[in-house]
Design a protein around this ligand. Sequence first.
Ligand code: NAP
Length: 168
Amino acid sequence: MPKPLNVIVACTENRVIGRDGRPAWSLPEDTAFFHTQTAGQIVVLGRICFETWPAAVRDGRRPVVVSRRRDLARPGVAVAPSLSVALEIAETLPGEIYICGGQKIYEETLALPASRPLRLYLTLLHAEIPGDRFFPDWRQQRWTEISRRESADKNFRYTFLALDRIPT
Ligand SMILES: NC(=O)c1ccc[n+]([C@@H]2O[C@H](COP(=O)([O-])OP(=O)(O)OC[C@H]3O[C@@H](n4cnc5c(N)ncnc54)[C@H](OP(=O)(O)O)[C@@H]3O)[C@@H](O)[C@H]2O)c1
């Protein structure tokens, strides 16, 4: 049996995840959650995410970067030309697999057969913000809610959700 996949993302009500190669907002509580959740684990991420997150290699994380470039590989950093190869590499590494984006990687992951165990850690930001990268429409799939926690800061209200995809 392959390892279950954990997808971790923060998105707005209009499913925006980023703009101009950066996050489209600042949410310190969510950033802290993301860092804690992924520490010591395998993080599968696209090249732009990797380049903009130097801390990916800290705290015992094992990055597997999806890129056609080969020059990114170094001790502790694996590089794969596709998501499927990245997942094959991740199976050989210790720890849980966290899919950390960006857009295409999230799309391909949610398009995997519903028989593949998948947990979604979704921080849903209750706002509509302009952006150029989006999370796929997870609401089109069937989920069991594992946990929910409401929170807020001086700018936003947001909800931490953990959802398990219902296998078909
Ligand atoms: N809110 C959140 O939780 C969250 C999470 C992640 C990202 N983001 C945001 O999303 C944006 C970055 O994501 P992005 O979608 O623009 O880029 P990305 O996925 O990080 O990187 C894109 C690059 O990764 C490689 N790649 C990605 N998918 C691939 C695939 N299926 N097969 C082969 N190669 C693939 C390619 O690299 P090469 O060109 O090197 O071949 C591609 O040019 C930023 O705005 C970031 O802040 C937000």
